[in-house]
Design a protein around this ligand. Structure first.
Ligand SMILES: [Zn+2]
Length: 220
């Protein structure tokens, strides 16, 4: 949740178009993967601005032209589904897509470490990955409560940095009774305040303190 949507895994801020506010792992027992396992996928909901800048993109999504997506992530190992060898140490001799004793050979992404972003791409690595439906909030669906949760966790995170003396429960309590609009304003002001106070290191692990040099927080 909270991961940003961009294009072609090109992480520049002007590329940011949408943000995920809920994500669930789902299974479809009536389908199987090429590897023979029960079909399992992540269904994520994202929000974006319906404004002039995004007008063309929204039309393309609605028309089904912008459809394929891909996730930028890191994993501990990439293994051959036939022999189990970690392919980052070199090829194993099995050919991806070829059948061995009735099993299709593919690369298995094992032990995921982090997800950085998701992108619209022309050709996704994972076939069938794409936009499954557009979302229009109706009849007070869970939209508000999901947005509320996102604002609250952002407020709690920034408040622990900016207001360390204020009990967490008190802030959570205030968040619980505030209007959505007020929550958003509070989230925005705390966020910009926090950004000025410390360069927040998110997603990537910072180097240990003793190894810190110029910009070492940003080194992967
Ligand atoms: Zn192999």
């Amino acid at each position: 949740m909270g991961k940003t949507g961009i294009f072609d895994h090109n992480a520049v801020s002007r590329n940011q178009t949408a943000r995920i506010y809920s994500a669930q792992v789902k299974t479809d027992a009536s389908r199987r993967t090429a590897d023979g396992e029960i079909y399992t996928y992540v269904e994520a909901r994202a929000y974006m601005l319906r404004n002039e800048k995004n007008k063309d993109l929204i039309s393309e999504i609605e028309a089904g032209i912008k459809k394929e997506t891909s996730v930028g992530c890191s994993v501990a190992a990439i293994r051959c589904s036939i022999c189990g060898r970690d392919l980052r140490g070199g090829a194993c001799g099995h050919v991806r897509g070829k059948e061995y004793d009735g099993k299709i050979c593919c690369s298995l992404l094992c032990d995921p470490q982090d997800a950085y972003e998701w992108s619209f791409v022309a050709v996704p690595a994972q076939k069938n990955a794409g936009v499954i439906k557009s979302f229009i909030p109706a009849e007070g669906e869970n939209y508000e409560s999901e947005l509320r949760d996102e604002y609250r966790s952002s407020i709690l995170r920034d408040a622990s940095l900016l207001l360390p003396g204020v009990p967490r429960e008190l802030i959570a309590d205030i968040c619980g009774s505030a209007e959505l609009k007020s929550l958003r304003s509070l989230r925005d002001s705390l966020r910009s305040e926090a950004a000025g106070k410390s360069p927040l290191v998110r997603q990537l692990t910072a180097a240990p303190a003793e190894e810190k040099t110029n910009n070492s927080e940003y080194r992967i």
